[in-house]
Design a protein around this ligand. Structure first.
Ligand SMILES: [Zn+2]
Length: 488
């Protein structure tokens, strides 16, 4: 707006000056070296103005011509840069497509055109990786470490190289360094955590876990479980080194993170009993039983009561299971304890609940239920025929619950932090193993007298062994048949 007004003012002034000059033309006479020039003042001013305009135009042309070489240089540079980026993009596409030769060619072209290693080094490294030239790739990744802006990319490349050649020691070195640079990277936190737990470096894994939780990198349920498992493992470590106070502190933290993590609760219970805190031990185990009933919890409960004999244990079992009496594991515990205490009525009542539940298919008939029924028939009334019938059913019964690896289906006893087969950390769930072999009952079997030993021999597969009645510690649940207490 101001500009327009200013422009109008100038035009108006010009018009006024022109009109005034037209009205007052005046007269100029110039005499020089014998020449005489006569003209009006207006024409003289117009001639001066024309000369000024021509001079200005010539000056502009001269300035423009002077800038041409620089302009041509800039245009050529821009062209190279554009072609360089096109080569870089094509190289990336070739990497994504797995075309090693094209990736290398475009990488070299981009490098020549752009002349900026920080842009092309990654492509060159990836092209080398695609070509299977690990040494060249490593050289590029190492070179990236020298440039602060590329250091993380270099570390990531070196980490992937180490993972590729299955070298967890080297991978851990690079992952630690990369994590210093990018502690908020989710995949990196997970990778570092896996590497640390894979090498049983529990304390450092706990530090990484704490930082990952602060940065909200793990889902809350995963974070709680991992905190519990690491706390439990650190507690075991502290106990082994004789530091009972630290062991108790870590076990408490583990329990608070996940009270349903049975190995942690069992170990915490043991430590509390050892520290003469029986009441607290009972509370811990009862709380855990409510969330995840498990025979190991019962075994840890007896010294916390303390229960001296079978009748004591039966009473303790009733107290432990009072909040979830109808749970499968509660019934199993009560039946076993009743058998041990010679309380046949209680044993039968609880076992009947389990066998009836299996008829309604809410819970399958398990090996331990069949075995306890056989034991009951034999011990209560000496009814060997009925006992034999139950032992026959062991072959077709469902396997007892076990620690089953959710990744590969491997089973463990007791719980261990790593699966012995696939090496996954914390992969064991308390569940029923799959692919249960069913033992066919042959006619030959029905003709020969059946003994407990014969049935046990027939089912003597490592994964599905029929329990030895004589060795069966009654009342501690299915898992006590073939498992020791974890964390012991
Ligand atoms: Zn596994």
């Amino acid at each position: 707006m101001m500009r327009a007004i200013w422009y109008l003012c100038i035009v108006a002034a010009g018009v006024i000056a022109a009109v005034w000059l037209a009205n007052n033309p005046g007269h100029m006479r110039l005499q020089w070296q014998g020449y005489v020039v006569e003209t009006s003042v207006a024409l003289l001013i117009a001639a001066f103005a024309l000369v000024a305009v021509i001079a200005a135009v010539l000056y502009r042309i001269w300035v423009a011509l002077r800038g041409v070489p620089a302009y041509i240089g800039r245009a050529r540079k821009e062209g190279r840069r554009r072609r360089g980026y096109v080569a870089l993009t094509r190289g990336m596409v070739a990497v994504a497509a797995g075309d090693a030769a094209e990736a290398r060619a475009q990488g070299e072209r981009a490098d020549g055109l752009l002349g900026d290693p920080s842009l092309t080094m990654l492509l060159s490294a990836q092209a080398a990786q695609l070509n299977g030239d690990d040494r060249a790739a490593e050289k590029f990744f190492q070179a990236m470490l020298e440039r602060p802006e590329m250091e993380f990319l270099g570390l990531r490349g070196l980490l992937s190289q180490a993972a590729h050649r299955e070298d967890p020691i080297d991978a851990l070195v690079w992952a630690r360094r990369a994590y210093q640079l990018q502690p908020k990277s989710e995949w990196l936190a997970a990778t570092l955590f896996d590497l640390l737990t894979g090498q049983s470096l529990w304390a450092e894994a706990e530090t990484v876990l704490a930082s990952a939780i602060r940065n909200k990198l793990f889902a809350p349920v995963v974070a709680r479980r991992r905190r519990a498992v690491l706390g439990h493992l650190l507690s075991l470590q502290a106990e082994a080194s004789g530091d009972n106070s630290r062991a108790l502190k870590k076990a408490k933290k583990a329990f608070e993170a996940a009270p349903d993590f049975v190995p942690g609760a069992v170990h915490y219970g043991h430590l509390l009993v050892a520290a003469n805190k029986r009441r607290k031990a009972r509370t811990v185990i009862e709380q855990s039983w409510l969330l995840q009933p498990h025979g190991d919890l019962a075994a840890a409960y007896w010294p916390a009561v303390p229960a001296q004999d079978a009748l004591d244990r039966m009473k303790a079992a009733q107290k432990l299971t009072q909040a979830n009496t109808d749970h499968f594991e509660s019934r199993l515990l009560l039946a076993g304890q009743a058998l041990e205490a010679g309380l046949w009525g209680d044993a039968r009542r609880n076992l009947q609940h389990l066998t009836e539940a299996s008829e309604h298919s809410s819970e399958p008939l398990t090996v331990t239920v069949c075995t306890l029924m056989a034991q009951l028939e034999e011990q209560e009334s000496g009814d060997l025929a009925a006992a034999r019938q139950w032992l026959f059913r062991v072959g077709g019964a469902a396997a007892d619950l076990k620690w089953v690896c959710r990744d590969c289906g491997n089973t463990a006893r007791p719980w261990t932090p790593h699966c012995g087969k696939c090496q996954t950390f914390d992969s064991f769930d308390w569940s029923r193993p799959l692919n249960i072999p069913v033992i066919p009952l042959t006619s030959q079997a029905s003709q020969t007298p059946v003994t407990l030993e014969a049935v046990i021999d027939e089912t003597a597969s490592p994964e599905l062994a029929a329990p030895d009645l004589a060795a069966l510690p009654p009342g501690t649940g299915s898992q006590d048949i073939d498992e020791k207490s974890p964390g012991a």
